[in-house]
Design a protein around this ligand. Structure first.
Ligand SMILES: Cc1cc2nc3c(=O)[nH]c(=O)nc-3n(C[C@H](O)[C@H](O)[C@H](O)COP(=O)(O)OP(=O)(O)OC[C@H]3O[C@@H](n4cnc5c(N)ncnc54)[C@H](O)[C@@H]3O)c2cc1C
Length: 382
């Protein structure tokens, strides 16, 4: 090893978006940093984001796009680090980041793996000591912190816990890192998967697997609308996926109802004159497979056919779970950290990224939080 294990100043645990951003900024300010990542490569999840295109932030950035126990603290951090700050930070390492028509910001080359490469290059340039294949099993504190791995340990004056949440375990995030914080007295806001496929009664979607529609989606609870949005809906074996469903999943609960409008730009009246009777009455109105499904359900009742086209009901029975989720709801409550994201229970223990009880909507908000929280921590530690 090129560094003195007994003289490391700052240890960052977790080489994901937040850990890498924090390490880059700290090293850029001249701090001695070790970055410990359990995987063999840094930033594997970051490289898979945005369908491989890397949606790193969103121009419409404020706390209304987030869920947390303390949205005011989130708002204060976002006020210090908005979308342009994240873009500046990323472009400071190289590259070009551009918004699409919906304000979602991507690398111009539309390759998420290139964002990870940008970080890897910068970490090397800045002289960050990167330890891959290093699973931090235990974290304790005496006069300094001690990080324990399978084959040794490391001392640090300050620790940044940026080890992610429980979503998408294939990227090293199985939720085991919460225990490192719990050892210092932290508790967890209840964990659940978000930005995830929703499960529905399989009979309601039988035969529809693979059909993708641009639909209006209303999420209903007890007859009241929770949210209404528009986007891609993809039928799967066990329910629905797609951009609109992912966005709705942030607010969905078991027992909710989804109403899909398959023709959101067509009025019920216009639809009524377009729909013909008979077995092929929905040709060129909706996907043929979907049309047959609707005709089967309507059993020859024309009013019911029209109702199903504009408000196709699905009961939410659950989600596909953490392994298929993009983010985690819950985690270390913001009430247990200060505005610099330092633990209320242990001086110089900081948190950044998804490990905290903050999750954002689909559209670049989770990576933005990873970067903004990491830069807030780095600012405090510089
Ligand atoms: C498929 C997919 C697509 C997504 N697309 C988007 C998108 O386009 N835009 C967006 O904003 N968000 C997206 N997200 C969410 C976003 O990627 C995460 O919210 C973000 O990466 C969280 O960053 P993080 O650094 O906190 O955690 P992570 O990126 O999860 O990194 C945590 C790291 O810590 C390591 N680790 C864990 N425990 C230990 C330990 N004990 N010792 C050492 N290392 C440890 C893990 O191996 C991991 O590398 C997506 C998520 C997924 C799964």
């Amino acid at each position: 090893m090129l560094y003195d294990k007994n003289m490391v100043k700052i240890a960052v645990i977790g080489g994901g978006a937040a850990g890498m951003a924090c390490a880059v900024r700290l090293a850029g300010a001249g701090r001695e940093v070790v970055l410990a990542e359990r995987g063999e490569r840094l930033g594997r999840k970051l490289a898979a984001t945005g369908n491989g295109q890397g949606n790193v932030t969103n121009l419409a950035m404020d706390a209304s796009h987030y869920f947390s126990d303390d949205l005011e603290k989130v708002a204060r951090i976002l006020a210090r680090c908005g979308a342009q700050d994240v873009i500046r930070f990323l472009e400071g390492m190289g590259g070009l980041f551009l918004p699409d028509a919906r304000g979602r910001v991507y690398p111009a080359g539309r390759q998420a793996s290139a964002v990870t490469d940008l970080f890897r290059r910068e970490l090397a340039l800045r002289g960050v000591h990167v330890l891959t294949g290093t699973y931090v099993q235990n974290l304790s504190r005496g006069s300094t912190f001690t990080l324990s791995f399978a084959d040794g340990e490391l001392k640090a004056d300050a620790v940044v816990l940026a080890a992610g949440g429980k979503a998408a375990r294939q990227f090293g995030t199985d939720g085991s890192a919460y225990a490192l914080a719990q050892a210092f007295g932290h508790t967890l806001a209840p964990l659940s998967p978000v930005l995830v496929q929703l499960r529905c009664d399989p009979a309601a979607v039988r035969g529809l697997k693979g059909i993708r529609v641009d639909a209006g989606l209303r999420l209903m609870r007890g007859g009241r609308e929770v949210c209404a949005l528009r986007g891609d809906v993809l039928f799967t074996e066990s329910g629905v996926s797609g951009d609109a469903v992912f966005r709705a999943s942030s607010r969905a609960q078991k027992g909710d109802e989804i109403l899909l409008d398959f023709l959101p730009d067509t009025s019920a009246e216009a639809l009524e004159s377009a729909v013909r009777g008979g077995a092929d009455g929905l040709l060129c109105i909706v996907n043929n497979g979907l049309g047959r499904h609707i005709l089967r359900l309507a059993e020859g009742n024309r009013a019911r056919e029209l109702a199903l086209l504009k408000a196709f009901p699905l009961q939410v029975t659950g989600t596909l779970g953490f392994d298929y989720a993009q983010a985690t709801r819950g985690g270390i409550p913001l009430a247990q950290v200060n505005d610099a994201l330092m633990s209320n229970y242990c001086k110089n223990l900081y948190f950044a990224g998804e490990i905290l009880n903050v999750d954002g909507e689909c559209g670049g908000y989770n990576l933005h939080w990873a970067f903004a929280s990491a830069l807030a921590v780095a600012e405090a530690l510089q």
